[in-house]
Design a protein around this ligand. Sequence first.
Ligand code: ZN
Length: 219
Amino acid sequence: MRTFAGMLDLVAIRECLSCGGEVDAEPLCGDCAYALSARLTPLHTRNTLMRHGFAIGAYSGPIGALVRRAKFSLDTRAVELLAEAMRRALGEGLGFTPDRIVPIPTTPWRLAQRGFHLPERLADEVAAHTGAPIDTVLRRRWGKAQAARTFAERLAAGGDLFVPRRATSGHVLVVDDVLTSGATLHGAAAELLAAGATSVSCLVLAAAGPLRRVPVGIS
Ligand SMILES: [Zn+2]
């Protein structure tokens, strides 16, 4: 005999977690599942502090939609699908082995509010794949949330977002969910280099704009 909840489940129209389109049993429709199986795309890192930069998809596409769902609807299914996309993209290999993995930190307040931090979840996947340890060397300064800043404010605050807790070393791979202006990653790279890193690269899920032309940071 089916339970009442089971019957509800049968008649419910399922929606793709990313685009909201109708699906049968899978969490994603075919188009969104395809977008989440993308490879790593190199980002434009000339004239920036980054040695290498990679993104998996565009913020305007299904990956971006799923990132918004994870962060703003606190949907842990979306978090796990994004972690899976990261794992699959890394299967191709980065082309280098970093010495440390640094997730872009959030504030303790935001972490308590959401219960998870997407860059940390992604960094776990990168650490598992590369064998490099997670290094929580960066601490976020208290202040206005990035999303609430204007573009000019972000540029001005780029070097003022993070404080290193201690010294670091080697080739550091910074992991974040979204790359928009590049100010966050630029600020992180500047602090990591000042704290002793020999070079910094970055890996993000979703980047705004045409991937190969997005400069990772300002210089
Ligand atoms: Zn979809």
